[in-house]
Write a protein that binds this ligand. Structure first.
Ligand SMILES: [Zn+2]
Ligand SMILES: [Zn+2]
Ligand SMILES: [Zn+2]
Length: 315
């Protein structure tokens, strides 16, 4: 590479081939360098400077805008993150809620199960209590004349033996010994259970001195009534309804009802049960006959005895 006076080859060539008019006096159209040209240059420079200033100002504004945009993006990102975080927290809370709801449902079903078990137990307890009471009733309060539960309990004679029968049963038995022809008792009687002697009334004439041989046993009456009430209450509790009233008698068998399996004995002695209804009827009639006999005894004569005998025989 050649260099000459600090100028490159191209510069030298341009100099040597420079047109002649540059050396002549011909005025160039743009005029020679002078005052006008300088002021124009100044104006340009001024204009350039202003333009540069404007550009700078715009650049600053642009920078500001970019910064603002950046801030906005950062803010947006942060908010999006916050929303995502809140969403995750919400999802967690929902999950927890579902878990709690599940736990509550489980607890509720456990409580329901317990309640059912308690109910079943109470039912079983009522059933067994009712059955025990019926067994007691049948063991201690049965009439040895009719082999049923004593209705309108009644003793006979001077109550030396204290044996108690249904009023209807013992009255029927007593008047069955009356001679239908002469309407008297030919012989003294005995307790049908233990043979304790019972004095027969002297009937002719009725003198009012022979006491009525029949006396209601109010202790037994109260005990039987109370037992029957308790049995009704327990059987109602054990069956869940009081509408069971099977026909016929007997025990030991079981019957399926809405409340579960209950024994036939409970059904018979529950409200409306066949045995209970039968007992109530015998009890009512027994009290009526016993009242009639005890209040009218001193005024009764042979004719009344015969009427009594016939009426009782028909029952
Ligand atoms: Zn009886
Ligand atoms: Zn006779
Ligand atoms: Zn007796």
């Amino acid at each position: 590479m050649r260099r000459q006076n600090g100028k490159g080859a191209k510069d030298i060539q341009a100099d040597s081939e420079a047109p002649a008019y540059s050396r002549t006096a011909v005025k160039p159209s743009y005029g020679p360098p002078g005052k006008a040209s300088e002021s124009r240059l100044k104006r340009w420079e001024e204009s350039l400077r202003k333009t540069e200033e404007k550009l700078d100002s715009r650049k600053r504004k642009l920078d500001d805008l970019e910064n603002a945009a950046k801030d906005a993006r950062t803010d947006l990102n942060k908010r999006q993150k916050d929303v995502a975080k809140q969403g995750r927290e919400l999802a967690r809370a929902q999950k927890q809620l579902e878990k709690q709801q599940l736990a509550i449902a489980e607890k509720e079903s456990a409580v329901a199960k317990q309640e059912q078990e308690t109910q079943d137990l109470a039912l079983a307890l009522s059933t067994s209590r009712a059955e025990q009471l019926i067994a007691q009733l049948e063991e201690h309060f049965f009439c040895s004349l009719c082999f049923e539960i004593i209705a309108c309990p009644c003793t006979i004679g001077s109550s030396r033996c204290g044996h108690t029968f249904c009023a209807l049963c013992i009255m029927k038995w007593y008047f069955s010994r009356l001679c239908p022809d002469c309407c008297t008792w030919h012989e003294d009687l005995e307790c049908p259970l233990c043979r304790t002697p019972i004095a027969a009334p002297k009937v002719v004439p009725a003198d009012g001195n022979t006491p009525c041989p029949f006396a209601p046993n109010r202790m037994v009456d109260g005990a039987v009534a109370e037992l029957l009430n308790t049995i009704r209450n327990e059987s109602t509790a054990s069956s869940g309804s009081s509408s069971t009233s099977p026909k016929g008698k007997g025990k030991g068998k079981s019957k399926k009802t809405e409340g579960g399996v209950i024994s036939e004995a409970i059904a018979l002695w529950g409200e409306g049960g066949a045995s209970r209804v039968d007992w109530q009827d015998r009890n009512r009639r027994g009290h009526a006959e016993l009242d009639r006999l005890t209040t009218g005894w001193t005024r009764m004569g042979p004719g009344d005895y015969k009427l009594m005998k016939n009426r009782l025989a028909a029952t």
